[in-house]
Write a protein of this length. Structure first.
Length: 324
């Protein structure tokens, strides 16, 4: 199958209507979309990404109103968060109605749902009369795509259409939250909406953090997510440089170069120290660093606040280890 890259929303809608896959731009990363109500179409997502079917998919809708056709037991905090952040990089877990296929939720009675904030995709979602299931549009286990070209590199000839909406503005995936039996908010994944911003809206501190992995049933068995092919190590750069002396190294720095290493071997995530800009650049930089075919990529932590936390989380997941 030949993969076309274009910006024609009508073509994208027609492919989705016909049960085909379309890569869609969002503000976070590109998604690999299919009609969420068509199980044959959803199966194609798992196949194209080589994703295990026990790893559920986020459902994307045009509005909170549309979401309400598929979910129940909406908490007061969820109402507040939807009003504050949708459309935007926040995903919420809700009890699903029966019309959501088990294939989308991998058998769970909860569905993950969000309204993405990208003009092309919002238009597309309002032209079709079904929600789309969409994981990040990368082969399972590799770095998420933030441009149409990244999608093409990973999925060419496996999907008919990539809707090109330019480079993603946020650059890390959505923050995922849900509620436990006591209706207390649980943070499942750090992402494009800062923890601090959520706490401000709900008026209290988030007490429950429960990290999700993409391989919940088999921790340690699968290749970790976001992994580069070149082994990546995270920590204090000076110490890592000692540890890997004599190796061909690439550095991923937050906001400054290290004088002991040639500049051609270094990336800066944000020269002016913006954590938002660092998030936006992260996946592109990981891909470019990977292409330089070094022995190791060495990366440093960002300050653990705002989007710095999401960047650190993704770097940790990209780290060279099989531990989760
Ligand atoms: O920003 C994003 O969230 C992007 C764009 C495309 O919207 N999507 C994305 O999807 O990151 P994906 O599949 O790469 O990551 C979704 C995560 C996975 O770790 C999955 O296990 C979890 O969300 N997830 C999805 N549905 C779930 C559910 N019903 N219960 C628990 N976890 C769920
Ligand atoms: Mg993903």
């Amino acid at each position: 199958m030949k993969t076309v890259i274009g910006n024609d929303i009508t073509s994208a809608a027609a492919f989705l209507q016909a049960g085909e896959l379309v890569a869609i731009p969002t503000e976070t990363v590109y998604g690999l979309a299919a009609n969420a109500l068509n199980e044959d179409a959803v199966l194609k997502i798992y196949a194209a990404k080589n994703r295990p079917q026990f790893n559920p998919l986020i459902m994307h809708v045009a509005s909170f109103e549309q979401a309400k056709q598929y979910i129940k037991d909406i908490s007061a905090e969820a109402e507040l968060l939807a009003a504050a952040f949708w459309p935007g990089p926040l995903t919420m877990l809700f009890n699903k109605q029966q019309n959501v296929p088990d294939l989308v939720t991998a058998g769970s009675k909860r569905v993950a749902i969000r309204v993405p904030n990208h003009p092309l995709t919002l238009q597309l979602l309002s032209q079709i009369n079904f929600p789309v299931a969409a994981p990040s549009a990368n082969p399972s286990g590799y770095v998420s795509p933030t441009t149409a070209q990244h999608v093409y590199e990973g999925l060419q000839d496996k999907i008919p259409y990539i809707l090109d909406g330019g480079a993603c503005g946020v650059g890390v995936e959505s923050t995922i939250v849900g509620w436990n039996e006591d209706i207390e908010l649980v943070l499942y994944r750090l992402g494009g909406i800062a923890v601090e911003a959520i706490e401000k809206v709900i008026g209290k501190e988030i007490k429950h953090h429960q990290k999700i992995t993409d391989n919940p049933n088999t921790p340690g068995q699968l290749k970790s997510h976001y992994a580069t092919n070149t082994p990546l190590y995270l920590g204090n750069i000076d110490e890592l440089l000692l540890q890997f002396a004599g190796k061909k190294i690439i550095l991923i720095n937050f906001n400054h170069y290290h004088s002991s290493v040639p500049k051609e071997q270094q990336f800066i995530l944000s020269a002016n120290g913006s954590k938002e800009e660092a998030a936006k650049n992260l996946f592109r930089v990981l891909r470019e660093a990977d292409q330089l075919q070094a022995d190791v990529i060495l990366a440093e932590y960002l300050p653990e606040e705002g989007l710095g936390r999401a960047v650190n989380d993704r770097l940790e997941r990209a780290q060279h280890s099989m531990k989760s």
